[in-house]
Structure formats: structure tokens, C-alpha cells
Design a protein around this ligand. Structure first.
Ligand code: ADP
Ligand code: MG
Length: 370
């Protein structure tokens, strides 16, 4: 069935039936959930954080290689990432979705399945939203409400602080490059990816073949390509109590490592020195870049959508150049933290692999950028 055959009232009734029963927990502070003119909740003695992020078809996602559930999952993750990046914990989510009338019922509920899976991982409750029809492209947006005690802003970096990055960046951008080169068969396999369950077709698949316009096709080992693609399509974002305790400033790397670090510098009124040889490159990124003829450092420093945390902390907390691993929340296996540079008075520079000092340029994604 198509959405325009169902009508808004019936859709909203189904949504209410699906999500309101999850709100029963007494300690959640929820007074009114889905179904009234506004949601109502209490958050006594806590600071309240609110963030919103939208995703537009053709700009943020491409339905030829993204399933509805992957889209829903990612929408929640990117919003939660902003709450984590402030040191908060997400609690409630609101969704605004604009869909074409010819979208199937199945697509709609798959999208909400992705939302539900993410909500479970992050401990979120859906409290409301809006639905609208649209003539052309789809647009989905979420607003997440979180709570926190110690808030970590972009503006807290101090001269002498070390700069740290969780895990590694560049995987998502590389995943996107792979997705764009996939044949329609490959795209359909990726779209059939669920969450956690091992896909049958994937198991039989050893290689992923990419179309290459100039030369012969490229074959990537599925085991290496899959984590990169997943990082792009279904990012799981991380929370760390430890970072919250020591961080002086923090940002989630959504547009690119360099551009996001420069935002911290601007807000804090400081400079930064990064060491390229300390920027972690995952083994999968290394592997794929070699075959795709891409520069892994370029992707790690200017590729977007990894949603890792970039933070500063006073010197001496972690030994310089050391990699510290701490167990993260249930949604991720391990969180590794690498020191990649330091905060200095004014200059924003990067020490290249050959030791030369180069200016740190705002490379990364900008809407309305040239
Ligand atoms: P109103 O016309 O008063 O704005 P709506 O008819 O749009 O109310 O929505 C009815 C109820 O359904 C509200 O509680 C609203 O929050 C909820 N709702 C609408 N769209 C969504 C959505 N996409 N996700 C969750 N709840 C929704
Ligand atoms: Mg409304």
C-alpha cells in the first residue's frame, strides 16, 4: 500500500500504537507522549540539551544504495552525536518527515524500524514529530533532547592542551566512494543489510566489484569494504564517561577533521598544531585507498560523517602519542583515543609526513561552499 492510500490520521494512529507503549517506564519523566498537541516531560535538576539535524535526499542520502531502515538509523545517530559531543546523554527524540505520497507502507515502517533500533541502542524515546507529503525529494529531520551535568563546549580549548581523536576518521568518506562506484546489484546487496544479523547473500559474497570508468573494474574484499560502507550508512556513535571528565572542549567530526578542529580553534580563540603521522588510519581504509587510488590522509582529514569525537584535554592526562583504549558503551566494542596534536597560541598548522609545517586549511564539507 502507498502512503497516500492510507492517509495521515491512520498513519499517526499506527505510530502512536507502535511507540507509545514503550513510554511506560515510570522514571523516564514523560507525562505526555505521541498523540496530543505537544509532548510533556520533566527533567528535574539537569541541564537540558537540544539539537536538530536534517537529512535531504540527493544531498545527504541516495536511496539507490540506502535502505529506509539505514536512513532512519543514521538520522538518529547523527543527532545523538551532537548530544554526546556536548557531554550529554540523549533522552527524547522528535521526527519531522516529508515523504512523497507514492512511498510504500513498507518503506515507511522500515524507516521507523531503523529509528527503533537506534533508539534502543542510545536509550531514546520517540515523543512526537510531524509528517508531511512532498512533491519531490524526501526530507527527514530529528530533534533530540538530552540531559547533562558537565557540558563540554567548543570554546573550552586552552593553550597547552592536547588534541585527541576517538578511533579514526576517513572510513565513512571512503565508504561513500565505494557506494558511488557500486553496480546496481552491489547497491541492492548493501541495501539489504540489516542490523547485526548476518546477511545470507553477503556470506556468499567474497568480492565487491566496483565500476571504474577509466580502467578495468576494481575488486574489493568484502571483509574490508563492509566496515567502511557501514560506517557511512549506519554509523554508531559513542559516549564516553571518561572523556566527559577530562575534556576541555569537544566537537563531533561531522564535516571533516580539519574543518571541525578549526571550529574549535575559532570558538576557543586559540591555534593548533596537528601531526599527520599521528592521525590514525584504519587498516580497511588503507586497503581500500590503495585499490581505489585515493589518499587515506586526505580522506581522514577532510572526509566527513565519521561522527568520531575530537576533544582537547590538559597535558599529562594521556602520554603523548599514546593510544589509550577504554571500553565504551554497549553499542561499540572498543574506543581508542589517540593524541594527534596540541593547542598553541595562534597558528593553525599541520606537520606533514616529511616534517614540513603546512597551514591547516578548512577542508571538509560545507553546504553552499564552492
Ligand atoms: P498537530 O496537527 O497538532 O501538529 P499532528 O496531527 O501533526 O498534530 O500530530 C499528532 C500527533 O502525532 C502529535 O503528538 C505528533 O507529535 C505526533 N506525530 C506526528 N508525526 C510524527 C512523527 N513523524 N513521529 C512521531 N510522532 C509524530
Ligand atoms: Mg502537525
Amino acid at each position: 500500500m502507498r502512503l497516500h492510500q492510507k492517509g495521515e490520521l491512520s498513519i499517526l494512529r499506527d505510530l502512536k500504537e507502535k511507540f507509545n507503549p514503550l513510554l511506560k517506564r515510570k522514571d523516564s519523566g514523560i507525562i505526555v507522549g505521541i498523540g496530543d498537541d505537544a509532548a510533556v516531560f520533566t527533567c528535574p535538576n539537569e541541564k537540558i540539551l537540544v539539537t536538530t539535524d536534517m537529512m535531504n535526499e540527493g544531498v545527504h542520502f541516495d536511496l539507490s544504495y540506502t535502505s529506509a531502515s539505514q536512513l532512519g538509523f543514521k538520522l538518529v545517530s547523527v543527532n545523538v552525536s551532537d548530544i554526546y559531543a556536548m557531554g550529554g546523554k540523549p533522552k527524547f527524540i522528535f521526527l519531522n518527515i516529508a515523504l512523497r505520497g507514492d512511498v510504500s507502507d513498507e518503506f515507511f515502517w522500515d524507516f521507523f524500524d531503523g529509528i527503533s533500533i537506534a533508539n534502543n541502542i542510545y536509550g531514546l524515546k520517540l515523543l512526537g514529530g510531524d509528517i508531511s507529503s512532498t512533491i519531490n525529494d524526501m526530507s527527514v529531520s530529528a530533534t533530540v533532547v538530552g540531559v547533562g551535568q558537565k557540558i563540554i563546549k567548543r570554546s573550552g580549548a586552552r593553550i597547552g592542551d592536547k588534541i585527541y581523536l576517538t578511533n579514526s576518521t576517513g572510513d565513512s568518506a571512503c565508504g561513500l566512494e565505494i557506494l558511488k562506484k557500486l553496480s546496481s546489484r552491489g547497491r541492492n546487496i548493501i541495501k539489504s543489510y540489516g542490523f547485526g544479523i548476518i546477511n545470507k547473500e553477503k556470506r556468499q559474497q567474497k568480492w565487491l566489484t566496483l565500476n571504474n570508468t577509466n580502467s578495468k573494474n576494481i575488486k574489493l574484499d568484502f571483509n574490508n569494504a563492509e566496515p567502511l560502507i557501514k560506517r557511512h550508512l549506519m554509523p554508531v556513535v559513542r559516549y564516553s564517561e571518561e572523556i566527559n571528565e577530562i575534556g576541555t572542549s569537544m566537537i563531533d567530526v561531522s564535516d571533516g577533521l580539519f574543518i571541525d578542529l578549526l571550529r574549535v580553534c575559532d570558538e576557543s580563540g586559540v591555534g593548533a598544531r596537528l601531526y599527520l603521522d599521528r592521525i590514525p588510519i584504519s587498516k580497511n581504509l588503507k586497503y581500500a585507498c590503495k585499490l581505489l587510488n585515493l589518499n587515506p590522509y586526505k580522506l581522514a582529514t577532510s572526509g566527513g560523517e565519521d561522527y568520531e569525537l575530537l576533544f582537547t584535554a590538559p597535558d599529562g592526562i594521556y602520554p603523548f602519542k599514546d593510544v589509550v583504549s577504554t571500553p565504551a558503551n554497549s553499542s561499540s566494542k572498543q574506543l581508542s583515543i589517540t593524541c594527534i596534536g596540541e593547542i598553541i597560541p595562534n597558528a593553525r598548522v599541520v606537520i606533514a609526513l616529511d616534517g614540513t609545517e603546512l597551514p591547516l586549511r578548512a577542508e571538509g564539507y560545507q553546504h553552499f561552499g564552492s
